[in-house]
Write a new protein. Structure first.
Length: 281
């Protein structure tokens, strides 16, 4: 954790005008729209970088961004930070294996999965590993070729890390030992083997303003919508509903809940693990 510089104080509520200027600057310079984020969350995360660089006001920090373009990378990392691990929340993955995968593989066509807000790829690769292991246990290992996982994120550095497929011990904290030995080499860094990579691609996509994917059988969006204002949350839930094929599943974070029209659109499959379904046609 960063230690505040001597004399540092967090920007106060009265700095709203300077904060608005900074938000517009970030969007203009880097295409990152801050307006969708909860104000308190945004203010707190910008303050993390201001503290690290010893800047007292939003105006000072804006001037620093003009002088030091590299600071933008650190700022965007902080704004889009998504703490993630392989097999995070084991109970959720167990529920997916028991209640979702059998349905997804009933047919014979492609099984399309979208990891929305994929960060450095742990969630997308976990889905690939879990599905491959489950299919092998069913004597259906050859069907792994049907799995098509797309991880999307707005942060280019996270996407680069996901494509690299090398991870520190911190990412492995919830990985079952049998999965670790089966799918990784080395350590640390832990390098993902080629097989689970074959099912996963990554691309830059803005959840709010970007073109959504379509025809998905499963969408993961865990611990992402909580950072957005209510109206944006409702927009995202409608987008996910439209992106799902009839009968498709949505998996949310454990602290998240459906709101507004989404409560009527989705059918709960496992409330505890936040698994919902778009009703079949």
């Amino acid at each position: 954790m960063s230690t505040p510089q001597p004399g540092f104080s967090l920007p106060m509520e009265g700095d709203d005008e300077e904060l608005e200027k900074l938000k517009r600057k970030i969007e203009r310079d880097r295409g990152f729209n801050c307006q969708f984020y909860k104000e308190k969350c945004l203010r707190r995360r910008i303050a993390v970088r201001m503290r690290a660089r010893g800047q007292q006001t939003f105006a000072e920090y804006s001037a620093l961004l003009d002088r030091d373009a590299g600071e933008y990378d650190h700022l965007l990392d902080t704004l889009t930070i998504n703490v993630t691990k392989f097999f995070r929340n084991a109970e959720t993955w167990a529920a997916i294996q028991e209640q979702v995968l059998p349905t997804l593989f009933e047919g014979r066509g492609p099984v399309r999965v979208w990891s929305a807000g994929s960060a450095s790829g742990e969630e997308a690769y976990t889905c690939s590993m879990l599905t491959r292991a489950w299919l092998a246990g069913q004597g259906r290992a050859a069907e792994a070729s049907r799995l098509q996982i797309t991880g999307t994120d707005i942060d280019r550095r996270s996407l680069d890390a996901a494509r690299l497929g090398e991870y520190p011990d911190l990412s492995m904290g919830e990985t079952p030992p049998e999965m670790l030995s089966r799918w990784f080499t080395g350590g640390p860094p832990w390098t993902l083997r080629p097989e689970p990579r074959q099912n996963v691609t990554f691309e830059r996509r803005d959840l709010i303003s970007g073109e959504p994917l379509s025809g998905q059988q499963l969408i993961f969006c865990r611990n992402v919508v909580i950072y957005f204002d209510r109206d944006i949350q409702e927009l995202l839930f409608k987008r996910f509903y439209d992106a799902l094929a009839p009968g498709g599943f949505l998996v949310m974070g454990k602290v998240e809940t459906l709101i507004g029209e989404a409560r009527l659109l989705f059918k709960p499959i496992n409330n505890r693990e936040r698994i919902f379904r778009r009703p079949p046609a």
